[in-house]
Write a protein that binds this ligand. Structure first.
Ligand code: KG4
Ligand code: ZN
Length: 340
C-alpha cells in the first residue's frame, strides 16, 4: 500500500482552537490553502479586557461543527479527498484546546483518517510556507501572545532555540500596555494604530546584549505602569499616543536588537517572522530595512500571522512528508509544549 508520506499530493484538514479563534482549513502540500475559516471570539472577550478561558471553550463548542463544515464546503471537497486530520494539541488554553482535539479525534474516527498533532508554535512558523517557496534553513523571529524567541529552523521538522523571553511574551506586553492606555483587547493592533498619531518621545528600557541572548518585557511593562501613575498623580492628561509610539519602538527595537545580534553571530541571512506580533507594521519596516544588509526576509500574509488553521495544516503536511507517525485517539491536549 502506498504510504501517506509518498502520496503525490497530500490534502490535510486542520483544526485550531488554542485560544479565542475557532478555525478549520484544508491545505494541500503545505503551501496551498484550499479553504481557511476563522470564527473569532474577539468581540465576546473584549468586554472582559482579555480572553476568559471558560467562555472560550464554550464558544469553541458552539462554533466548531459549522466552521469545519464551512471549510469543507469552501474547499469544494468531500471526505474522500482528505488524506489526514491535523489538530493543535498545545500550547494554549487547555479547555479550548480540548474542544479542537476531541472534534478532530471524532472526525478521524468517523472518516477513518490518520490523526496528526501539531504544536501551535510550529504552526506559526509554517505559516511562512503558505503561498511561498521558502525552504529551511533560516532564522525565524517568533513573537506571539505566548512566546518570544529566535529559532534556527534547521529543516521542516527540527528547530533549535537561540533566544527566548525570561518573562512576558512580546504580544502579552502589547496587550498589557494597551490595557494601561485604556485600549481594547487585543492590544497589538490598537497600539499600532495609536502609535501613528504619536512620537516615540519617552526613552523606554531595553535589554543589555551580553554573551547570553534573551528577551525581557516585564521591565518595559512596569515602566509604562509607573509612567501612567506619575501622570495620574500630577493630574496631567496621559500622552497616550506618545506612550504607544515609545512602547512600540522599544518592544520592536528589542526584537530587532536580539535578532540582529544573532544574525551577526551565526552569519545566517535568510530570515522569517512568525506569530501575531509579526503583523506589526513597524516590525515589518525594520525587517525590510535588513534587506539593505543582504538579508532575505519572509513574512506570512497578514491573515496567516494571527491564529488560523491553515498554518496548522501546513505544518502537518511537512511533518507527514518527514515521516511523522500518526497519533492515537488517546491524544491529549497540553497547556505547554516545548518550543523544539
Ligand atoms: O499568534 P497570536 O495570534 O496568538 C498566540 O499564539 O498568542 O498572537 C496574538 C498576539 C496578541 O498579543 C496581539 O496583541 C498581538 O499578537 N498582535 C500584534 C499585532 N497584531 C496582533 N502585536 C503588535 N502589532 C500588531 N499589529
Ligand atoms: Zn498563536
Amino acid at each position: 500500500m502506498e504510504r501517506l508520506k509518498d502520496k503525490p499530493t497530500l490534502t490535510v484538514l486542520a483544526i485550531e482552537s488554542s485560544c479565542d479563534e475557532t478555525a478549520c482549513a484544508v491545505v494541500r502540500d503545505g503551501r496551498t490553502v484550499l479553504s481557511n475559516v476563522v470564527a473569532t471570539q474577539i468581540e465576546i472577550h473584549r468586554r472582559f479586557g482579555g480572553v476568559v478561558p471558560e467562555i472560550a471553550s464554550r464558544n469553541h463548542t458552539l462554533a466548531i461543527e459549522n466552521v469545519v463544515k464551512e471549510a469543507m464546503e469552501q474547499a469544494g471537497l468531500t471526505r474522500d479527498d482528505i488524506d489526514a486530520i491535523a489538530v493543535t494539541y498545545g500550547a494554549g488554553l487547555l479547555g479550548a484546546l480540548l474542544v479542537g482535539v476531541n472534534f478532530a479525534k471524532g472526525l478521524a474516527y468517523a472518516w477513518d483518517k490518520p490523526l496528526f498533532k501539531v504544536s501551535h508554535i510550529k504552526g506559526h512558523i509554517a505559516a511562512n510556507y503558505i503561498d511561498s517557496d521558502l525552504k529551511p534553513p533560516y532564522l525565524c523571529l517568533l513573537a506571539s501572545g505566548g512566546h518570544t524567541a529566535v529559532v534556527m529552523v534547521e529543516n521542516y521538522s527540527d528547530i533549535s532555540v537561540l533566544a527566548t523571553s525570561r518573562d512576558d511574551a512580546a504580544g502579552e506586553a502589547f496587550d498589557k500596555v494597551a490595557r494601561i492606555l485604556g485600549l481594547p483587547y487585543p492590544g497589538g493592533p490598537e497600539i499600532q494604530k495609536l502609535a501613528r498619531e504619536g512620537q516615540p518621545s519617552f526613552a523606554m528600557p531595553s535589554v543589555k546584549l551580553g554573551e547570553e541572548l534573551y528577551f525581557s518585557y516585564s521591565g518595559l511593562k512596569t515602566y509604562v505602569i509607573n509612567l501612567a501613575h506619575r501622570f495620574e498623580q500630577t493630574g496631567q492628561p496621559l500622552p497616550r499616543a506618545d506612550i504607544a509610539a515609545s512602547f512600540q519602538q522599544a518592544a520592536v527595537g528589542q526584537l530587532m536588537d536580539v535578532l540582529g545580534e544573532i544574525i551577526s553571530r551565526t552569519g545566517v541571512k535568510k530570515l522569517a517572522v512568525a506569530g501575531g506580533v509579526s503583523a506589526n507594521e513597524l516590525l515589518r519596516a525594520r525587517m525590510d530595512a535588513l534587506k539593505a544588509q543582504g538579508c532575505e526576509v519572509h513574512y506570512p500574509k497578514l491573515k496567516y500571522c494571527t491564529d488560523n488553521a491553515a498554518m496548522i495544516g501546513a505544518a502537518a503536511c511537512f511533518a507527514i512528508r518527514d515521516g511523522a507517525e500518526p497519533d492515537g485517539l488517546d491524544l491529549d491536549a497540553k497547556a505547554t509544549v516545548p518550543l523544539k
